[in-house]
Design a protein around this ligand. Structure first.
Ligand code: NAD
Length: 549
């Protein structure tokens, strides 16, 4: 016989029976289905529960979380956690879990549906017949068979689209600079450059996350490279495609048509220029709107909440690191590992193959967490779902990036040392940092150059020929643009060769200023990298989970 339930789970929104069964099958979980409960009732009773599961309807606000004195886990049946105050949850030691995998198939099928609707003019033909017309010539389309599909982003959804498109007899090329060649081969995708993608594809389908790098990634320059007979499909995120440039390209016949599931502004405004165009198929963000996706996110989140409560598996958490409360003092070490990962991400392009994480210092047991923090930093601007110290190594492996860990032994005299060596398909780069006196991080190496700079805020990395006057010119450009330099470290290997400068500045440097720097004589390249603090705020979480029996 099952012993007394030790965890109580509250369902505040509709969760499918298959999900509820998963929770009920666990010996020590008791489930209370109060789907549709209003905010004030929820605030009244939430204090009696260990876990709360919601969809998008219930807002898990600061007030609710403050009343949730026993809560350890909030589960969101879906990907976005915008309806949950994650910062407050984190501060209170409550893990927030999501279900990122549940809608991959639906989004992929939807992309194929849009592609077919587009090339066969389904929506216009349907509307025309609805008006009593019988227009067969006007709606002549093209076959997908034998055509080239160009994927921008080939992660979970992109690869599923590739599988389905192959069944149509399409050739698949993709631009995804972060995907390993081995992984691309496994899913039958040929990796190409961005210009090649646009030049070769008959249909471009976009599957990247919205990041600083992908915002506006498809604008007038890229659209101008496309064949005039080509089509564009976007079921990723609004903002990746520049809508004004797309409307212009369609109006001028630069492009045959576009199918859009997502928009810069949602709900989309009725006067959006794309809505009126004949060559556009537009639908209101329906990628995940299937019965199965709704079921599978329910099932996924119920499994994840069970695992978190029963076996302490926090793989689905968007805010919990794999730290015990005793290890909370590792936060500065994990921060530098994370920031070095971000630095590598900003400095490299090319499909990632291996990441070697080398750590020397007082805490040998922290090696895995250091590796997770580095992988999180490297991938966090690249993958669509939230990355944490718990899931970063799993996500890296799933993407074909192998992460190895090397213990360098105790190096107490010099502080703690973290070095990351990244190998991509074409290149390799190492970066290193130290943590001095337990809490003073410095970046100490970029490639073959020894530097010494604090990892904080915005860093410019500048490669130049080692000739007189470059430092002064760079300083003047930044000064004229009102950019304040906090630290400037110039490094070189030999006089008259190449040099590298690591420059910490206050605030963000606008693109035109970077271009002015790039145009200076003797400057070879300029990279801007943001290094936010990453893990400090989240280490409190594990405490409540450990307490809560
Ligand atoms: P994923 O993280 O599995 O894959 C994203 C891929 O994009 C990765 O392989 C990554 O390497 C690549 N990438 C990142 N930056 C890039 C860049 N600058 N250039 C080229 N490639 C880059 O994500 P996913 O689950 O496949 O989701 C893809 C997109 O679909 C996301 O934007 C997600 O929000 C969206 N989505 C939409 C719906 C919908 O209803 N329409 C549903 C689910 C997901």
């Amino acid at each position: 016989m099952a012993g007394p339930a030790s965890y109580r789970v509250l369902l505040a929104d509709d969760i499918v029976p298959q999900g509820i069964e998963i929770l009920e099958a666990a010996e020590n979980l008791e489930v209370d289905d109060r789907a549709g409960i209003n905010a004030s009732e929820l605030a009244e009773i939430v204090g009696e529960y260990d876990a709360l599961i919601v969809r998008s309807r219930t807002k898990v606000t600061k007030e609710i979380l403050e009343a949730a004195t026993r809560l350890k886990v909030v589960g969101r049946a879906g990907v976005g956690v915008d309806n949950i105050d994650v910062d407050v949850a984190t501060r209170q030691g409550i893990a927030v879990l999501n279900a990122p995998g549940g809608n991959v198939i639906s989004a992929a099928e939807h992309t194929i549906a849009l592609m077919l609707a587009l090339v066969r003019h389904i929506s216009r033909a349907d509307a025309s017949l609805g008006r009593g017309e019988w227009e067969r010539k006007r709606f002549q389309g093209i076959e997908l068979y034998g055509k080239t599909l160009g994927l921008a982003g080939a992660g979970r959804i992109g690869s599923e689209v590739a599988k389905r498109a192959r069944a149509f007899g399409m050739r698949i090329v993709a631009y995804d600079p972060y995907l390993s060649r081995e992984r691309a081969e496994q899913v039958g995708i040929q990796l190409v450059t961005l210009p090649d993608l646009f030049e070769q594809a008959d249909v471009i389908s976009v599957h990247v996350p919205l990041t600083d790098e992908t915002r506006g990634m498809i604008g007038s320059v890229e659209l101008a490279l496309m064949k005039p007979t080509a089509y564009l499909v976007n079921a990723s995120r609004g903002g990746v495609v520049d809508e004004k440039a797309l409307a212009e390209a369609l109006r001028s016949g630069r492009l045959a048509g576009a199918a859009l599931d997502v928009f810069e502004e949602e709900p989309v405004s009725p006067d959006n220029p794309l809505l009126g165009l004949d060559s556009v198929v537009a639908v209101p963000h329906l990628g995940a709107a299937t019965r199965e996706a709704q079921t599978s996110v329910s099932v996924e989140i119920c499994g994840a909440v069970r695992d978190a409560l029963v076996t302490r598996d926090f793989r689905s958490a968007v805010n919990v690191p794999e730290l015990s409360s005793q290890q909370a003092d590792l936060a500065p070490l994990l921060n530098i590992a994370h920031q070095l990962g971000r630095l590598l991400c900003g400095l490299t392009h090319g499909s990632y193959r291996d990441l070697e994480v080398r750590y020397g210092g007082a805490h040998e047991a922290a090696l895995r967490a250091v590796a997770a923090a580095a992988a999180q930093g490297l991938l966090s601007d690249i993958v669509a779902s939230p990355l944490t110290l718990v899931n970063a190594l799993h996500v890296a492996t799933d993407r074909g990036l192998s992460v190895s860990q090397v213990w360098l032994g105790g190096t107490a005299a010099t502080g703690e040392v973290v070095e990351l060596r990244l190998t991509t398909a074409d290149d390799s780069l190492r970066v290193a940092g130290v943590l001095l006196a337990g809490n003073h991080p410095r970046i100490t190496r970029i490639g073959d150059y020894r530097v010494d700079i604090q990892p904080r805020g915005t860093i410019l990395v500048l490669r130049n020929r080692d000739v007189p006057g470059v430092v002064g010119k760079v300083g003047s450009v930044l000064g004229d643009a009102g950019v304040n330099i906090a630290e400037y470290h110039q490094a070189r290997q030999e006089a008259g060769g190449e040099a590298l400068a690591a420059i910490a500045v206050d605030g963000c440097v606008e693109r035109p200023v970077i271009e002015t720097l790039e145009a200076l004589d003797d400057v070879i390249g300029v990279w801007q990298i943001e290094l936010p603090e990453a893990v400090e705020s989240v280490v409190a979480t594990q405490g409540r989970l450990e307490e809560g029996g």
